[in-house]
Design a protein around this ligand. Structure first.
Ligand SMILES: Nc1ncnc2c1ncn2[C@@H]1O[C@H](COP(=O)(O)OP(=O)(O)O)[C@@H](O)[C@H]1O
Ligand SMILES: [Mg+2]
Length: 379
């Protein structure tokens, strides 16, 4: 794979591929170093995981991201925390066997043992307690070990909203609160893509995690940042790069959504010659064509009223969705518009931008709806 293609990754963006987010990086780095726990929220594919991983790499302290997206029960969460514990404990444990044994003695309630693997001595733990108690013991034990070796560490519980959906979420949330409140050397980052669920977990008085930490809402990267990053990368890639309008086109097609900027640029940067504006457009439309299966599936999950509103917003973002004009356009009354729109907002199909305009969140869905003239088709 050529170097240029890696500059616009589909997966996590790290190192050279990672651009900007300076304020967020500074803020997170300071939190990580000062034991200030955070909730990082943004819709899917806005760059939460990349940002957290990048900051961890920059400040060079041990950290581990636990992906909770597949969590379906307490046992999964427990196992994930246990393997995180083992990995971080091995990272911070001293190399000398004697010092290692001392650390083991320190966390003896977790029944630690040293095992010999191909890579040398490894620490393992075995626990026979119920999952919630074991979560507390593991996290509190890890904090004690980190304190003992005087090392700050970070645990990121990614897609944390999944925990809130579990049957016995209350006891896991309570266990985590206990561990977080007594933590001196572990900084916790809770990140996730469901704003609605995360707000419920951290902002509802009756929930264990109520007001536990500050919230960072990750926005899209600003057009100006993209302008300079893409211009620099274009000049590096093509000897002749005179027509900067293609950059405006990329920004306008992808609406600065990080995942889609990378998806489109990945294709464009494969071209021998600098692309013109219309090449970028065609490339984007071809790309949307390849995405149509999941887009159709996603749209099929919506009710006709929700689809109707989404299609209208794909045509034209709107500030006053409850006014007469919009109501006539979608042929719905204000109260059903309100009902459908609130679900579209909750499920991240629609977002309200800084100017108060309601827009389709995913630019691929927006283009798809626009392109197939969905709105005309409804009439
Ligand atoms: N700061 C960034 N620089 C470059 N690419 C980014 C950046 N943030 C996100 N991306 C790209 O956006 C997409 C989604 O990123 P990811 O970190 O997985 O988002 P999330 O965790 O919010 O779902 C990936 O293709 C990634 O490469
Ligand atoms: Mg992620």
């Amino acid at each position: 794979m050529s170097q240029n293609i890696n500059m616009f990754p589909q997966g996590l963006a790290l190192g050279e591929a990672f651009y900007n987010r300076e304020q967020e990086r500074k803020k997170l780095a300071s939190c990580f170093l000062n034991n200030e726990h955070m909730v990082v929220v943004a819709p899917r594919r806005y760059g939460k995981s990349s940002l957290i991983k990048q900051v961890l790499a920059e400040i060079k302290i041990p950290g581990k991201r636990i992906d909770l997206l597949p969590a379906t029960n307490t046992l999964f969460v427990n196992k994930a925390i246990k393997s995180c514990f083992i990995e971080l404990l091995n990272q911070i444990s001293p190399i000398a066997k004697q010092a290692k044994l001392k650390l083991i003695d320190f966390i003896r309630n977790l029944h630690p043992k040293l095992t010999l693997s191909m890579f040398g001595q490894k620490l393992e733990v075995s626990s026979t307690q119920p999952p919630e108690e074991s979560i507390i013991d593991l996290l509190v034990g890890l904090n004690a070990a980190a304190k003992k070796v005087n090392q700050q560490i970070v645990i990121c519980l990614d897609e944390f909203q999944q925990v809130g959906l579990l049957k016995d979420h209350h006891s896991i949330e309570a266990a985590i609160r206990h561990a977080v409140e007594s933590s001196t050397h572990i900084t916790y980052v809770f990140s996730g893509s469901s704003r609605h669920l995360l707000y419920q977990m951290f902002s509802t008085k009756s929930r264990p995690l109520y007001h536990l930490c500050d919230l960072m809402e990750l926005e899209r990267i600003k057009p100006n940042v993209y302008r300079s990053v893409l211009l620099e990368r274009a000049k590096k890639k093509w000897k002749r790069f005179d027509d900067e309008s293609v950059i405006e086109e990329i920004i306008s097609l992808t609406k600065c959504h990080p995942y889609y900027v990378n998806a489109l640029c990945r294709q464009l940067w494969k071209l021998q010659d600098a692309p013109a504006r219309n090449v970028a457009q065609n490339c984007w439309f071809d790309y949307i064509e390849t995405q149509s299966n999941w887009i159709k599936d996603d749209l099929a999950k919506l009710t006709p009223n929700q689809r109707n509103i989404l299609a209208a917003l794909a045509y034209q973002p709107i500030q006053e969705p409850y006014g007469n004009e919009f109501s006539e356009k979608v042929k719905m009354g204000a109260s059903s518009i309100k009902k459908s729109l609130s679900i579209l907002l909750k499920d991240d199909f629609v977002y309200k931008d800084k100017d108060g305009k309601y827009k389709v969140l995913d630019p691929a869905i927006e283009t798809y709806l626009h392109k197939i003239s969905y709105f005309d088709f409804l009439e």
